[in-house]
Design a protein. Structure first.
Length: 360
C-alpha cells in the first residue's frame, strides 16, 4: 500500500480547533470527528467554534475541551459591542495556540482565522472557485466526492486525508443531554403518566416548511398509531409557524396525544427521544438527534437528499417517493413550500416502517 503523501504526524500536536459555522444538524454531524480524534490521539485538546444558537449540539461532548461561539446577535448591539466581542473571541483563540485547524464550511471567517492563528496545519474541503487568498490560507485541501456521500463521511474525510483512518465502530454521533434535561423530561413524562410506558415520538415539523408533511397525513398517521395501541408524544420548535402546524394537527384528531410542542430545549428533546420506542420525523435536526441517541428512526425525505443527510448509524427506515425529480433541493415545487414528493408518502408506509423497527 502506497504512503499517503498528505499524512501528518499527530503525536507532537497539542491542540486542534474544529470550525463548523452552519445549522444545528450540520454541527451535530461533526461530533464524530471530535470523538475519532480523541480516540486515536488522547493527548489532543480539541476545541470547536460554532454559532451560539447551535452550541447545544456539541456542549458536554466528552471529547471536547472548549466550545467557542459566535453570536449572530452581536451585530444587533451596535458596532462597538460587536467589535469588542470579536476581539475577545480572537484573543481567546490565539492564546490556545492551535496546531491544527479543521474548517468544514465555506465561511471566509475560517480562512481569516487560519491566517491570524497560524496553526502548523489547516485543512478544508477543496471547494471550487475559491480565491488565491483562500487557497493559501490552508495547508491541506481534501477532495470532495464526485458521487453522493453522507455528510458525516465527508467530515471524516478531513481526517482520512491527513492519514487518520476511523474504524467502523467509532463514527456514531455524540450528543449529551445532561442531567437537568433528563430530569425535566422524567418529570414531564410522570405528569402525563407515561414514564414507564413505551411511546412513539413524532416531530412533524421543520424550520423549512417545504420539508413538512401535510396536516392531513400527520393526523392519519397519529390515528393509525393510536388504533394499534401506541401512545404518541408530539413535539415542535417554539416558533409561530411550527406551533401553527401542531395546532391544526391537534384540532383534527379524534383522540388527544401528549403535546410537548414548544416546551423543550434541544437538550431536552434529546432526553425525550432517548426514552422513545421509536422516532418519526422529517429531514431536520430532531431526526439527527434521534440518531445520536440511538433511537430507532423513521425519516421522511422530500426534496432534500437522503443519501447525504439520512439517519446515521442507527436502526432506521428512510421513506422517499419514487418521483424522478427528487432530490431537487427546491423550496417546494416551483417554490410553493409544498413538496409533491413528500405528499406521495403514505401514512400506511410510515406505520409499517415504525412497526418493523419496534418489532426487530
Amino acid at each position: 500500500m502506497s504512503k499517503n503523501p498528505n499524512s501528518i504526524d499527530f503525536n507532537p500536536l497539542k491542540r486542534v480547533l474544529l470550525i463548523k459555522l452552519r445549522h444545528h444538524g450540520d454541527v451535530l454531524l461533526t461530533s464524530p470527528v471530535i470523538q475519532v480524534l480523541k480516540n486515536h490521539h488522547p493527548q489532543l485538546e480539541i476545541d470547536a467554534l460554532v454559532y451560539a444558537d447551535t452550541a447545544d449540539m456539541l456542549s458536554k461532548h466528552p471529547a471536547l475541551d472548549q466550545l467557542h461561539v459566535i453570536d449572530k446577535n452581536w451585530k444587533n448591539q451596535g458596532v462597538g459591542y460587536q467589535v469588542r466581542q470579536e476581539v475577545t473571541l480572537f484573543n481567546t483563540l490565539k492564546t490556545r495556540s492551535y496546531d491544527l485547524v479543521i474548517h468544514l464550511t465555506e465561511s471566509n471567517r475560517g480562512a481569516w482565522l487560519c491566517r491570524f492563528l497560524k496553526p502548523r496545519y489547516a485543512i478544508t474541503p477543496a471547494w471550487r472557485n475559491k480565491t488565491w487568498f483562500w487557497q493559501r490560507s490552508f495547508t491541506h485541501h481534501y477532495p470532495l466526492p464526485a458521487r453522493l456521500r453522507h455528510t458525516v463521511e465527508k467530515h471524516l474525510d478531513a481526517l482520512r486525508h491527513l492519514g487518520l483512518q476511523p474504524n467502523e465502530k467509532e463514527r456514531s454521533l455524540v450528543l449529551e443531554p445532561g442531567k437537568d434535561a433528563q430530569q425535566k423530561v422524567d418529570d414531564l413524562l410522570e405528569v402525563h403518566q407515561i414514564n414507564n410506558q413505551p411511546f412513539i415520538h413524532f416531530h412533524p415539523t421543520s424550520r423549512w416548511l417545504f420539508k413538512c408533511w401535510s396536516v392531513e397525513k400527520c393526523t392519519q398517521l397519529i390515528e393509525l398509531l393510536q388504533s394499534r395501541g401506541h401512545p404518541v408524544v408530539i413535539t415542535a420548535a417554539p416558533t409561530k409557524a411550527e406551533l401553527s402546524i401542531i395546532k391544526d394537527i391537534l384540532a383534527s384528531l379524534k383522540n388527544p396525544v401528549i403535546d410537548l410542542s414548544g416546551q423543550l430545549s434541544l437538550k431536552e428533546l434529546a432526553a425525550l427521544t432517548a426514552r422513545a420506542r421509536c422516532f418519526i420525523g422529517m429531514d431536520s435536526v430532531p431526526m439527527h438527534i434521534s440518531a445520536a441517541m440511538g433511537t430507532p428512526t423513521v425519516a421522511l425525505f422530500g426534496p432534500s437528499g437522503d443519501q447525504e443527510w439520512g439517519p446515521w448509524m442507527v436502526p432506521s427506515h428512510t421513506l422517499i417517493s419514487d418521483i424522478s425529480c427528487r432530490p431537487c433541493g427546491m423550496d417546494g415545487c416551483a417554490g410553493s413550500k409544498i413538496s409533491d414528493c413528500l405528499e406521495h408518502i403514505l401514512p400506511e408506509d410510515a406505520m409499517d416502517a415504525i412497526e418493523d423497527l419496534i418489532a426487530s
